[in-house]
Design a protein around this ligand. Structure first.
Ligand code: QUE
Length: 360
């Protein structure tokens, strides 16, 4: 059966990628990452292409994440398939990050996890009133990846850490406030906006401005001071203590969200944020995230989280350890340790460079 999970085509001077796995809210599979990468590489050096437009083919979501079910199955075994998936997905993320042509992501509907990874590197990130953006990996014992360790520390104040720890679901106005989205149009206008971009890609800024719709007041604006104060503490344990001591309904709600997540993931997310603040380049970031993904995809919490949320759907994961305070330093150090030389993540080779053994 031909794989049509990515629809790639050229219309005029615009190249288009449509995610097409509606039964899974377009969650990215290995095949989808490969198809997107192949198309993007061909278009990168094609003088007939001026712009790349990424959207989803149908349904109410843009992209729910990655094919974590397959990764968790692999994690129970030798983990080869999980590593191959993350290696390929992160190469796609890095290719988009350094892509020399303008990319537009239509973030209409659910944009989570892997969907964030293919949206945030785009120059134009178009939200609608249906946009719901989050990094929810704490719920399945994974960690905020796909470059989150790079992007989140670069958002306003401590909002990125707050997103990683609470899996807060952000609507368009908040995405604009934080810089996660660059533009906002009405969902009903999406088809017209795409048609105009395809017809006149060189006029994209004028088009997005003309269709600009008021996204309303951003709710995060009302709690930004509290996010910066409470999530600005020097450790995760201190953040938890501060939220508890604050005692407000809002603070206790954030604490409950953190406590529902994998304690291991929460500690990894906090440490990743700290590393990401100091990271000099995106490729260095992805190499670190890949090392973490290689460890976590074979870890109890990820396999258990996918079971509880996506397979059995009992939403009652039994985390190990069960408490944030129980995640010890040795465990975190092992998760963040560099991989052996033959196993490290590498970006796609530059044009003309000799391909590595992984590129076959
Ligand atoms: C947290 C997550 C993910 C999630 C649910 C969470 C995630 C992810 C999916 C997902 C959803 C539908 C699918 C699919 C995967 O759900 O990363 O294959 O069909 O990919 O609570 O991080």
């Amino acid at each position: 059966m031909p794989d049509d999970s990515i629809i790639a085509r050229v219309e005029g001077r615009t190249a288009r990628l449509s995610l097409n796995r509606p039964q899974a809210i377009h969650a990215l599979t290995l095949e989808m990452c490969r198809s997107m990468t192949e198309a993007l590489l061909a278009w990168r050096d094609d003088p007939a292409i001026d712009l790349v437009l990424i959207d989803h083919a149908s349904g109410r979501g843009f992209c729910a994440g990655g094919d974590v079910r397959v990764a968790a199955e692999s994690g129970k075994g030798d983990g080869t398939a999980a590593r191959e998936f993350f290696h390929t997905e992160y190469r796609l993320n890095a290719l988009l990050f350094s892509y020399p042509k303008p990319v537009v992501a239509m973030m209409d509907g659910i944009v989570m996890g892997g969907g964030v990874g293919v949206s945030l590197p785009a120059r134009y990130r178009v939200a609608t009133e249906r946009t719901v953006l989050a990094m929810p990996e704490g719920a399945i014992g994974l960690f905020p990846d796909v470059g989150a360790g790079w992007y989140l520390p670069r958002l306003l104040g401590r909002t990125g850490l707050w997103m990683a720890l609470t899996a807060a679901r952000l609507r368009a106005a908040d995405c604009l406030l934080l810089g996660l989205a660059t533009d906002h149009v009405r969902s009903a206008d999406i088809e017209a906006v795409k048609a105009e971009i395809v017809a006149r890609p060189d006029q994209i800024e004028e088009i997005l401005t003309r269709y600009d719709a008021d996204a309303g007041e951003p709710p995060v604006g009302l709690v930004r001071d509290r996010i910066d104060a409470l999530f600005g503490r020097p450790s995760l344990d201190a953040i938890v203590v501060a939220l508890d001591a604050d005692g407000s309904q809002w603070a206790l709600g954030q604490l409950a969200a953190i406590r529902a997540h994998s304690p291991q993931t929460m500690q990894v997310a906090f440490r990743l944020f700290r590393h990401g603040e100091a990271m000099q380049g995106f490729e260095e970031e992805m190499a670190l995230e890949y090392a973490i993904a290689a460890r976590l995809s074979a870890s109890h919490d990820f396999i258990e989280g996918v079971r509880a949320v996506l397979v059995d759907k009992d939403n009652a994961p039994r985390w190990d350890p069960a408490e944030i305070e129980g995640v010890d330093e040795a465990r975190l150090a092992a998760i963040f340790a560099p991989l052996p030389p033959g196993e490290v993540w590498t970006p796609l080779p530059n044009p003309g460079e000799k391909a590595s053994f992984r590129d076959g």
